[in-house]
Design a protein around this ligand. Structure first.
Ligand code: SF4
Length: 177
């Protein structure tokens, strides 16, 4: 029986998802083993029960915390997908400042912003004081590092997991560049 696969985008730039698309025709191998039941372009409201969830991006706001916990409850395997999820990477630069300093700079002081308003809608997640990597909020089973991870590495990990094997990320596989 085919496995159920989900990919999710939290505090990231979507570059990791772009790299996933770079597996090109190997997507057919993935499709033979798994149904992609949720991803940024298959955007149902509910997160279904899945075998594998790939989560891109750091934990930046309170919505991300609840979403990550919900995904954990509904996923057999959670993969921290890309350096923003693995280490908090670029979004964590905000940790050099207070939340208020970051909001002021982005919305009140930035040269490109002429509205002079900090958005405050219940539909927008509230920034948490410190940006975190995914594993600080939920248990993570596997990691795919890289900014973005290479298509080869993504495909390797996915293929191993979909075939019920444990991916081995040795020095050769993690070579950057
Ligand atoms: S790891 Fe790099 S490519 Fe992936 S979301 Fe973060 S900044 Fe973008």
């Amino acid at each position: 029986m085919k496995k159920k696969l989900a990919t999710v985008w939290l505090g990231g730039c979507s570059g990791c998802h772009m790299s996933l698309l770079d597996i090109d025709e190997r997507i057919l191998d993935v499709a033979a083993l798994a149904d992609i039941v949720k991803c940024p372009i298959v955007d149902g409201k509910e997160f279904p029960d899945v075998d594998i969830a790939l989560i891109e991006g750091a934990i930046v706001n309170d919505e991300h915390i609840s979403e990550a916990k919900h995904i954990r409850e509904h996923s057999k395997i959670v993969v921290s997908f890309g350096d923003c999820a693995v280490t908090a990477n670029i979004p964590s630069y905000r940790n050099l400042f207070t939340k208020e300093e970051a909001l002021n700079r982005a919305y009140l002081e930035a040269e490109s912003n002429d509205r002079g308003l900090i958005p405050d809608s219940p539909q927008l997640g509230k920034l948490i004081p410190r940006v975190s990597p995914l594993h600080e909020v939920i248990k993570v089973d596997y990691y795919i590092p890289g900014c973005p991870p290479s298509a080869d590495l993504i495909f390797y990990v996915l293929a191993e997991l979909l075939n019920g094997r444990t991916p081995v990320l040795d020095k050769e596989r993690l070579k950057y560049g």
